[in-house]
Design a binder for this molecule. Structure first.
Ligand code: ADP
Ligand code: MG
Length: 286
């Protein structure tokens, strides 16, 4: 089982979109995948058409009491794709757990019940509070989605440093495993420059004792594609919404490269049948 926190302290960089669609692609490739919504905004749950009601169990209930039966909170949205949903009450957890000494390892306790998954991906809120710390404590590695034009190199370094250092405080073996470029506009000079800088920054860390010494820049970048922004309104992953669009092609390819990196062989190759080429940046809204 591989447990991955999808983290960036900035909002709007593609965390939820990446968790949903990378997870959906892995599920379609045969991996038993569970997505955890750890953001009180509940965007991941809404993206997959889940509206937690008054009586439904959510991430909040499990974190408050890890002995609650996790299976009764899980929602299966597609074959191989299961979600632990959230609702806005998750925001109260910070104060609810404030006096509990085990407040950062609650999720790790919950995961003891999660024995039937190959991959767990956690969609984290854009902050480093109790929810993110629970995610980091329960994860093998971190995946950082970012926009190349958004952060100059210094920003990326600072981000990896903070996530890595905070994470290692609760989980000494935590690795910053990978960076995924989201809403990518590779035809801009700025994006190209930032990507080049990022590559050399990561290369320079290879022989250093830092949490990102093995960090990979994932390929392909996810191009900006309006279909990815439309799919949440329909409560669907990009593959259910439009399996032939560039967004679906990019996330499918990204999933294959992540699975290869982990050496988790998919049960079957369900490569999206589409004509578009991931390196073609002209038809960004296909
Ligand atoms: P975060 O979870 O980091 O706040 P989101 O995944 O919610 O970020 O993405 C922010 C916004 O950008 C959302 O409206 C989403 O639909 C949109 N978006 C994300 N990735 C893409 C993309 N590759 N192309 C176009 N829009 C995107
Ligand atoms: Mg989000």
């Amino acid at each position: 089982m591989r447990t991955v926190s999808v983290i960036n302290q900035k909002g709007g960089v593609g965390k939820t979109t990446t968790t949903v669609n990378l997870g959906a692609a892995m599920a379609r490739a045969g991996c038993r995948t569970c997505l955890i919504d750890l953001d009180p905004q509940a965007h991941l749950s809404l993206h997959l058409g889940i509206r937690a009601g008054e009586d439904t169990l959510t991430a909040y209930d499990l974190l408050l009491d890890p002995s609650v039966d996790a299976a009764s909170a899980l929602v299966q949205v597609e074959p191989n794709l299961t979600v632990l949903p959230a609702e806005t009450d998750l925001a109260a957890l910070e104060s609810d757990l404030a006096s509990q000494s085990d407040r950062h390892v609650r999720l790790r306790q919950v995961f003891e019940q999660f024995t039937d998954f190959d991959v767990i991906m956690l969609d984290c809120p854009p902050s480093l509070g109790v929810l993110t710390l629970n995610a980091l404590a329960a994860s093998h590695e971190v995946l950082v989605p970012l926009q190349a034009h958004f952060l100059a190199l210094q920003g990326v370094g600072k981000l990896l440093e903070t996530v890595g250092m905070v994470g290692r405080g609760v989980n000494p073996s935590l690795q910053v495993g990978a960076i995924a470029l989201c809403m990518h506009e590779s035809h801009t000079t700025l994006a190209r420059e930032v990507v080049d800088d990022l590559r050399s920054f990561l290369e320079n860390a290879r022989d250093k004792d830092v949490p990102w010494s093995n960090c990979r820049l994932l390929d392909p970048p996810i191009r900006r594609n309006v279909k990815l922004a439309e799919a949440p309104s329909f409560g669907q992953s990009i593959f259910a919404y439009d399996a032939a669009c560039n967004g679906a092609v990019d996330y499918q390819r990204l999933a294959m490269s992540v699975l290869a990196m982990w050496a988790l062989r998919p049960a079957e190759d369900t490569t999206v049948a589409a004509e578009s080429d991931a390196t073609d940046v002209t038809g960004t809204d296909n």
